[in-house]
Structures are given as C-alpha cells and as structure tokens.
Design a protein around this ligand. Sequence first.
Ligand SMILES: NC(=O)c1ccc[n+]([C@@H]2O[C@H](COP(=O)([O-])OP(=O)(O)OC[C@H]3O[C@@H](n4cnc5c(N)ncnc54)[C@H](OP(=O)(O)O)[C@@H]3O)[C@@H](O)[C@H]2O)c1
Length: 295
Amino acid sequence: MLDPFVLGYLQGRWSAVPFDSRWASLHLACMQQRVVVITGASGGIGAALAELLAERGERTVLVARRRAQLQEVAARCGRESLTVIADVTERAQVNGVVAAALTRYGQIDAWVNNVGRGITKSVTELTDDDLDEMMRVNVKSALYGMQAVLPHFKARSRGHLVNVSSLLGRIPYVASRSAYSAAKHALNALTASLRVELREMFPEIHVSLVSPGAVATDFGLNSLYGGIDSRQLPKAQPALEVAQVIARLLDEPQADLYTRDSYHDQVAGYYAAADMADVERRPPFAPTLRPANLR
Ligand SMILES: NC(=O)c1ccc[n+]([C@@H]2O[C@H](COP(=O)([O-])OP(=O)(O)OC[C@H]3O[C@@H](n4cnc5c(N)ncnc54)[C@H](OP(=O)(O)O)[C@@H]3O)[C@@H](O)[C@H]2O)c1
C-alpha cells in the first residue's frame, strides 16, 4: 500500500503536505524501491546489514553457502528478501546471483561485496595455497561481484558498489593475519582503481570501500587455521554498528569510510610517520605470537 503522503502527491495534493513530511516520505519511497545484494549474508556483518535494510523496507538479495543459516536470516528479513546459495569464489555462481536478482526484481541498485575470511599464519609459514585462498575469498570474490553487476549498472548509468575491507587492509596490526592483510590491501587498490575508471563516464555509479576494525562476529573462528574469537577482542565493535555505517554509506555514497572515526587518524598517523617501524613497536600493533599460542 502506498504511503499516504506519496498517495497525496499522486492525487495532486502534494503542496498541502508539510515540506519535512514530503521529504521523509519520498526518501522512504525511494528506499523501498532499492534492491541491495549482500554477499556473506548468512552471519556476522552481512546478516546484520540484511536485517537492518529489511527493517527499513528495502529489498535484499542474500548470498552465502550455508542454506539453513541463510534462510534463518531471510526469515527475519521478511518477504522482500531473496536467498541465493552461491560460493562467490566461483565466477559462474556470482553471475548466477545477478541473474537471480534481476529475474526476481528487475533491477539491482547496490551490491555489497561483504564476503571475507581471515588467516592465522605468519609470513614465514605461508604456503602457496594459503596465499591463493586469501586472494580467492577476499579479492577474486569481490572482483567477480564488481564485474558481474557492472554491465547492469552501466546500462542504467547508476548503481553503488560497496567493498568491505578491513583496517588491516591499511595497517598490518596483526602479523599473523599476514596474507589476509595483504589481500585486503589488494582489494582496496582494485576498489579505488574501479572508482577512477568509472568517474568520467559514469559519475552516478559509486564505488565505496568500508573498513571495520575488530567486529564481534564469527570471523576469528572462521579464519583459516582458526584463531582467537573476534568477540573476545577488546573493543570489538558490534556487527549492528558496522551495518549502520554501511547503511548510511548506501544512503550517502562516499569513497572511503572507516567504521569508527578514530581509525582514520590511526591510518593517517601510520603513513605520516618518518619511520613506520616506530609505530609498529607500539599498541595497537599486536605482540608477535608463536603459532602454538594461536590454536
Ligand atoms: N569481524 C571482524 O573482526 C572483521 C574486521 C574487519 C573486516 N571484516 C570484514 O567484514 C566482512 C564480513 O566479516 P564477518 O565478520 O561478518 O565474518 P563472518 O562472521 O565469518 O561471516 C562471513 C560470511 O561470509 C560468508 N562466506 C564466506 N565464504 C563465502 C563464499 N566463498 N561464498 C559465499 N559466502 C561466503 C559466510 O557464509 P557461509 O559460510 O554460509 O558461506 C558468512 O555469511 C569480511 O569481508 C571481513 O573480512 C571483519
């Protein structure tokens, strides 16, 4: 059913509606129109974002591999959410997500590449397979998402791509996250490169990067070789807070955003240091742990 203010507008009675209410109603109507794809929506940040957007009346396409968990999230989101079981490290399956979303809704307004996975292994121990897995899940998955949805965005001359990175994609605070940190650095570079590539021809296609610090999810437990539960980390940010930052970013596109203001200053301080090694000796750089301590 149409919002009474929107209905009023359609009936030519728009000028009788107070300005603030008109703006709020139009905003709500636009939000209801939006279709947002979220990868990694069966848990953690992706699930929190899905539920938040659904509460606001937006239509969501939820992507992950675990069917039961994804369906639980979808049930909390209500009827306007579509689940797609897909492994986003497989390009064909990501293309399938685009097809499923367009079949159901006919449009995609925003695509959030949220899938990611950590690792608990120092640089000296990394194998080829470790590095390949980090690049597959943190970089290639997002590349496939960007490349799959871009033809649709270009055809409409608008859209919003959001890549979820990490503070570790700017500063290698935790040496045992090694290849994860490297992969997120690569994701950051691809994100900025795409933004620059599109800016002249497609100014209404926004490309954003959002970088959380520690977040209280299963991320640590899901990391390759396990590791510390992210929920136990001091000052771990609630997933809902991160979701709120991403939701705001979808409303007001911005190139590069941290999920806490203090992270921006930390990054600026690290790169401005005359000798980065001085910064690396101080917290919040994590003390070096032996592998045995990590398992
Ligand atoms: N939590 C943190 O401390 C933290 C900090 C900074 C940045 N981040 C970033 O935030 C994002 C979300 O992390 P999170 O904390 O929510 O992690 P999480 O709790 O481990 O959730 C990861 C999500 O990704 C899905 N997923 C993993 N591999 C997939 C694949 N190959 N194909 C499809 N779905 C896949 C998982 O679902 P299925 O297993 O069902 O597929 C799950 O829904 C990641 O990019 C992460 O790097 C997290």
